[in-house]
Design a protein around this ligand. Structure first.
Ligand code: KG4
Ligand code: ZN
Length: 345
């Protein structure tokens, strides 16, 4: 079964064709990153207008690249939320128009389910129950999939998402947008040794690990952001300052911030694994593109014999292949009773 999938929940227009929920025939993303970078963040009105320009040419290109035709497509999947309303409407209406013209069912997909099922791409046999950690710009959540179609929310952020914290900290440090890759690149400049760690502590660059010690599966990242703001103010690093030690201090703060986020995510994931004993652990969402997070989870998995499904980098940040994968798995669990999309949830 071939699904043509559309993703327009934020600032990336994604179109993909996915076979049987695992095999990606084509995965195209028209990024608006450069456009929004000039504003330091996503401007919703600009995003929806760009989706409008990109979506149909991208669908044409996807069919061409996959050497496919509308006849060979069995269903159309589309992200229906959560996301920016104007952006979502572009994708949903494109899907509904094509569904009507081509006579194909349209499958609504929740964006977070997309991030989870990104871990199923190129993996036809992911053992259930799955414990999923979704960390993106808008979400930081732990979800248990007992059976396809049966989900249990285990915990999540009580305020900001991890990706949002990365983006805000990047701004505090005078780094570019999107913040996640910029902070990670800055942190990587610091070759951390024990001596350096001591130096950091002497300077007082020690950030909290919010809620790490608490006996629950929730997160909180807004206080961490404030803690960075205080450290920045105390370090007199007011970008773009350009003083002799600024680059060093900036890298130290980025490193400590990234470590704090990763410590908390990995700590809570570990707690959830002990509690729910899943067969497979799936990571998803833009923050999973973070190499430090991947490395730390992989180390734990090696030590405790966990089965891991971490998506390739291209399937971590927003893309349509994950939407096609989710639609297939969710559809199959409903005995292929495809249904038409009418609402935005
Ligand atoms: O999943 P995604 O593309 O969009 C949402 O659904 O939100 O995630 C985007 C988020 C942004 O906050 C971005 O800064 C973060 O993922 N991100 C990263 C990295 N790459 C992207 N965060 C940390 N390290 C990265 N390498
Ligand atoms: Zn996303």
């Amino acid at each position: 079964m071939k699904i043509l999938a559309i993703e327009t929940s934020c600032d990336d227009t994604g179109v993909a064709i996915v076979e049987n929920g695992h095999r990606v025939l084509v995965n195209l993303v028209a990024s608006q990153e450069k456009l929004h970078a000039t504003f330091g963040g996503v401007v919703p009105e600009v995003a929806s207008r760009e989706h409008l320009k990109a979506v149909f040419p991208l669908i044409d290109l996807a069919l061409q690249k996959a050497k496919s035709t509308p006849k060979k497509i069995d269903a159309i999947a589309v992200t229906v939320g959560p996301g920016l309303l104007g952006s979502l409407l572009v994708g949903v209406n494109a899907a509904k128009v094509l569904g009507y013209l081509w006579g194909k069912p349209v499958v609504p997909v929740n964006h977070l389910m997309g991030h989870i099922y990104a871990g199923f791409i190129n993996r036809p046999k992911v053992g259930l129950p799955v414990l999923a950690l979704v960390v993106s710009g808008g979400h930081s959540e732990l979800v248990l999939i007992k059976k396809q179609g049966e989900y249990k929310y285990l915990g999540g952020t009580r305020d900001d998402a991890a990706g949002e914290a990365f983006d805000k900290v990047a701004r505090l440090l005078g780094l570019g947008y999107p913040g996640g890759p910029a902070v990670a690149a800055e942190a990587a400049k610091l070759q951390i040794t024990n001596d350096k760690l001591q130096m950091l502590r002497r300077r007082g660059i020690v950030l909290p690990r919010p809620m790490l010690g608490e006996d629950n599966l929730d997160f909180s990242f807004s206080g961490l952001k404030t803690a960075v703001a205080i450290v920045v103010a105390n370090s007199k690093l007011h970008p773009p300052a350009g003083g002799p030690n600024d680059n060093q201090v900036r890298a130290e703060i980025a490193h400590e911030f990234q470590s704090a986020v990763v410590d908390v995510l990995v700590g809570k994931l570990f707690r959830a694994v002990i509690q729910y004993q899943p067969k497979t652990i799936v990571l998803g969402g833009g923050v999973v593109a973070n190499r430090e997070l991947r490395k730390r989870v992989e180390e734990l998995a090696g030590k405790h014999n966990w089965r891991l499904a971490i998506p390739d980098f291209q399937y971590c940040t927003d893309n349509a292949a994950m939407v096609g994968a989710a639609a297939w798995h969710i559809g199959i669990s409903k005995n292929s009773q495809w249904y038409n999309v009418n609402v935005i949830s």
